[in-house]
Design a protein. Structure first.
Length: 115
């Protein structure tokens, strides 16, 4: 496989997306930790036992989808760019600049998630 400028741009946009996911995961853990410390320090001063801790699903992702419409648009753009790179039925301009569409779709994913 030949690596060109477009491939490097798509790789960079993927790295930005995964760095954002790691940031959201870290923020969620920090907020949970701060909430548990605050709950223990304020409520435990007057009680003899520790307050009840809410049950959380350990396998649930630490982020939520803000807009499913944006997710759908991002998926369509990413797939359209990848198909434009591999298929021959697209116009030459789309085959040449396939990475713009793919990178835009990938970067749009960054705005689809929140803590």
């Amino acid at each position: 496989m030949k690596f060109d400028t477009g491939t490097y741009v798509v790789i960079a946009s993927m790295i930005i997306f995964y760095l954002r996911m790691m940031q959201l995961r870290g923020r969620k853990r920090r907020l949970d930790r701060e909430a548990s410390v605050a709950r223990l320090s304020s409520k435990n001063k007057t009680r003899k036992t520790a307050p009840a801790v809410e049950e959380k699903d350990k396998n649930a992702p630490p982020y939520k989808v803000t807009s499913w419409v944006l997710v759908a648009i991002a998926v369509v753009l990413s797939l359209l760019g990848l198909v434009a790179r591999s298929a021959t039925g697209f116009p030459d301009i789309m085959q040449t600049y396939w990475w713009v569409i793919t990178s835009f779709g990938t970067l749009l994913f960054v705005f689809c998630f929140k803590v």
